[in-house]
Structures are given as C-alpha cells and as structure tokens.
Design a protein around this ligand. Structure first.
Ligand code: ADP
Ligand code: ASP
Ligand code: MG
Length: 490
C-alpha cells in the first residue's frame, strides 16, 4: 500500500459549497484511492469565512441586529448541510459537533457585543478558523458514510507556525514531524486523513491562520511535510487561465506554468492560488495541479519548476482591482535616498507589501502602488516617519490616488523577447486610457502598470486579446541579439 503515490488533495470553498459538492469530493477521493494514497485538505464552505469576519465586525461595532443575522446564516447553512448529507448517528454526531463550534462563535460574538471591545489578532484567528473546522469534520464523516475509511485531523495537529496571527508562516521542521506522525500512518492503512485548511497553531498550541485563501498554502505545506508525490488543488475553474474568466470569458487554460509564474500571478491578483502556496512545493519539488471539481475530467494546469516553451511570451494577464498610488515628492536640494530607505525599512517591519514602486526625476519623487486595504496604514506610517520633513516643507504634502487598479502581464518567456512593452501599451492606447505608473521587474517575469480603476476590466481584455487570444497558436517572437546568440535562435 505505501508504495503507491501519496496525493494531497485540497478542496476549495466552492468545491464544498453544499451537500452535492461534498458528494462530488467523495467521488473524486474514491476514484483516486483506487491507485493512490490520499490526504484531504478542505476549505470552509464558500462564503463562510467572510461571514465570520462580518459577524465579528458587526459585534465589535455594537451592531446586534447584523451580528444575530450573520450568526443565524452561519447556523442555518451548516444545519442544512448536515441534514442533506448525513444520516443516522453520523448526523446526530455532526449536530453535536456543530453545536459546540457554534456556541463558541456565538458566545465570543456576544462578549464582543457587550464589551464593544476590539479583538486581538489571536482571538480573531481562533474564530475565523471555525469554518474549516466544521467543513473538515463533516467531510470526514461523509467519506466514512460513503464507505471510505477516513479520520478527522485537527489543523493544529498537522501545521506548526510562528505567532504572526492572521498571516502566519509554517515552521517546517516541527510541521514535518507532526505530519509524519499524524497523517502518514493512517494513509498506510488505507485511511484518508481530512484536515481543515487555512489554519495551524504555534508550538504552544495557539490557533493561527495563514492569510486569506490560505487553504492552498495548507495543502502545499502538508504536501511538502508529508513527502507527497503531488498536490492537487480542486477549485471551480479548469486550471490557471490566461486571465480571470470572470473578466475575460474567452480565457483559456494553461496546461503548465512554473512555480515562479504561479507566485507572480497570485501576487498580482489571480485568486486561483494563494501567493505563498507555491513555495513549499517548489522547495520540495512537488508538482501542483490546479483542477476543476465541477469538471474533474478536464486535465488542469500542472505547476512545476520548469516547463516546455510556448509560442506566446505572455501567459496571463491579471489585475489587482483595488489599489492606491501614494506619491511622495521631496525638495530638489535634499538627497532622498535616506528618506526612502527609512520608509522601506518600516514597510518591511510592518510586513506591508508594495505591489510596485517607481522612482523618477533623479530620485525626488517616489510612487508606491499598494493594495487599497494597506493604504491607510501606509499613510499613517508616512506621516509619522516624515513628520518633520512634511512640517518643514522638505517633503510636499502626500498625494493619494485611491482610484487605481494594477494590471500585470506575466510570463517567463518575456525575458529576452523584444517588443512586448510596445504591444502592451499600444493595446492600452487603443482603449484611450492613460497609464498612471509603470514597472518592469528585473526578472522580466512581469510588466506591471497602474490605470484608473474603472478601466481595469477593459484593459485586461485588450491586453489579453493582444497576446493570449490564440494561446495555442504559434506567434512569431523576436529575440534580442544577446539572447539569440545564447540560444542559437535565428
Ligand atoms: P477556491 O474557493 O477553490 O479556493 P478561489 O475563488 O480562491 O477558489 O479561486 C478560484 C477563482 O480564481 C476562479 O473562480 C477565478 O474567478 C479566479 N481567477 C482569477 N484569476 C484567474 C486565473 N488567471 N486563472 C484561473 N482563475 C482565476
Ligand atoms: N476559508 C479561507 C478563506 O476564505 C481559506 C480558504 O478558503 O482558502 O480565506
Ligand atoms: Mg482560494
């Protein structure tokens, strides 16, 4: 049995959206078990994590009406799931388990309502992880009822993290020891361990979460720690596409991409994989498949270290729809590098990600393009760090443009291919949209630019039409002379 391959399968929120989706998960696991050993990682039912966040938010603002309404929605959705999916003692056990979880959420929400207090990041993590706690418990029960031996494993018994609540990082050594003792022995007996995604715990047992969308990350952490042969991420699209299909209905599935491309794509808004999920798999050299649980027969996208060359240098066009541009301008008679250095140090300490930065006019203006959710914190930092410079007029008042979107054009093959920038900006110009800021990474893996937010979808479609409309077809590319010499291309 243990000579068979070990596959970690992660089912995302829509793949466990209701009772029929849970049945589909069981069918997928059952098929895989004919050949392979399987560990399952599962997200909360679609919308549930958002609902917990909204419940807590309403409670801490003293909004009892919305708190109660969100709590009712949470309870009703899970009771319906249990009644439609489980029967007999399994249903009774599940009702009991749900009641415990729900009581915990309700009591915490009521305490917040009464105190109107803020909530610590640690308590927040223990609550927002509850959606996965229920879905994984119910899926384990459902697999059992479907004749598949399975075992519910608490996420904190598999993944050990640092204490960076809300955005924790795994401690791989201890995680490896936990996964090997909690997950591998059952698989060797033909039992499927089922673990809730998104969370883990500090070495002293405090629940943490891995950032929104973190169940993908859980899957690759568990894959690397258990020595899995492959990780399969089941979602609601056929794989990684040339663009978000909600924006470009004609986007096509990429058969293969590299880990580096997956990281870049996710960082610049392709929700299909968590931005950090590729790292554990890349480190352990474990292929990751993105597959559609609604169409399991579709091949999916394979993510590995290297892939065969494709005709189009651009593989995908992504967007971060809500971004903010903060512009800082100093007087011309100061040397601003020291000022920018202080700022970037603090951004690093606060773990704030800059989507891209531009520096122009011999260093006197710095443009920072950020996710809008981080803009408030960055503005506060800027006004604190540069209090004196702003007061003395060494730095001009901070300029803020909250109305931008970032478009990223991605593909490893762009490196060494000339003419890409020209084609990108010609397609933007045809939309009569002006570009606000531009950056091309030194890796040449991506070109990023900011445009007015309202134009984002139109620009994604225009750039996608330019490069990816016939993704499979051969598109002539022109290589730079230096690259030609290296590759011997004509
Ligand atoms: P899950 O709940 O399974 O984790 P997500 O909603 O997190 O699924 O991610 C899947 C979604 O990612 C898709 O429904 C799609 O709209 C979106 N998406 C954005 N960009 C891309 C892309 N380039 N390729 C595929 N999906 C994308
Ligand atoms: N449920 C969590 C979220 O919505 C994690 C995940 O689904 O990946 O962010
Ligand atoms: Mg996701």
């Amino acid at each position: 049995m243990s000579s068979s391959r070990l596959i970690v399968m992660k089912f995302g929120g829509t793949s466990v959206g209701d009772a029929s989706r849970f049945r589909q998960c069981a069918a997928i696991v059952s098929k895989a078990l004919k050949k392979d050993r399987v560990i399952v990682v599962v997200s909360a039912m679609a919308g549930v994590t958002d609902l917990i966040f909204r419940t807590i938010d309403a409670a801490r603002h003293g909004d009892s009406e919305n708190t109660e309404s969100h709590l009712r929605t949470f309870e009703t959705a899970h009771r319906r799931l249990i009644s439609e999916l489980l029967t007999g003692s399994a249903a009774a056990d599940a009702e009991c388990f749900l009641q415990q979880v729900f009581d915990h959420l309700r009591k915490s929400a009521h305490a917040l309502l009464a105190l109107r207090s803020d909530i610590s990041a640690q308590t927040m993590d223990s609550l927002v992880a509850l959606g996965e706690r229920i879905s994984s418990w119910v899926l384990a029960k459902h697999l059992e009822q479907s004749g598949i031996q399975s075992a519910f494993v608490r996420a904190e018994d598999a993944i050990v993290t640092d204490a960076n609540f809300g955005n924790a990082a795994p401690e791989m050594e201890t995680t490896r020891a936990k996964c090997q003792s909690a997950l591998l022995p059952p698989t060797a007996r033909g039992v499927v361990p089922v673990v809730g995604g998104y969370s883990g715990a500090t070495p002293d047992g405090r629940i943490t979460t891995l950032g929104r969308g973190g169940s993908d990350y859980s899957a690759t952490i568990i894959g690397a720690a258990s020595g899995a042969d492959e990780v399969w991420i089941w979602t609601d699209v056929d794989g990684v596409l040339t663009a978000d299909p909600r924006i470009c209905p004609d986007a096509t599935t990429l058969p293969q991409i590299t880990f580096a491309e997956a990281i870049e794509l996710a960082y610049y808004g392709a929700k299909v994989i968590h931005p950090r999920a590729a790292y554990p798999a890349a480190d352990a050299d474990i292929p990751v498949w993105i597959k559609n649980s609604f169409r399991p027969e579709a091949e999916g996208t394979r993510i590995t270290r290297s892939v065969s060359p494709v005709a189009s240098p651009v593989k995908s066009v992504t967007t971060v729809k809500q971004a903010t541009l903060i512009t800082l301008v100093t007087r011309r008679d100061v040397h601003p590098v020291e000022l920018w250095g202080r700022l970037f140090l603090r951004l690093g300490q606060e773990q704030i990600e800059v989507l891209f930065a531009t520096q122009s006019s011999p260093e006197h203006a710095l443009g920072l393009v950020l996710r809008s959710e981080d803009a408030g914190r960055v503005l506060k930092l800027v006004r604190t760090i540069f209090r004196i410079e702003l007061a003395q007029g060494v730095m001009q008042p901070v300029q803020v443009n909250n109305d931008v979107a970032v478009i990223a054009v991605l593909g490893e093959a762009m490196k060494g291919t000339c003419g890409i920038l020209g084609r990108v900006f010609s397609s933007v110009a045809r939309c009569e949209v002006s570009v606000i800021a531009v950056a091309q990474g030194a890796s040449e893996l991506s070109i990023c630019f900011a445009v007015p937010a309202a134009a984002a979808a139109q620009i994604v479609r225009a750039v996608h039409d330019e490069f990816c409309a016939n993704f499979g077809a051969s598109i002539p590319v022109c290589l730079r002379p230096s690259t030609q010499a290296l590759s011997g291309a004509q």
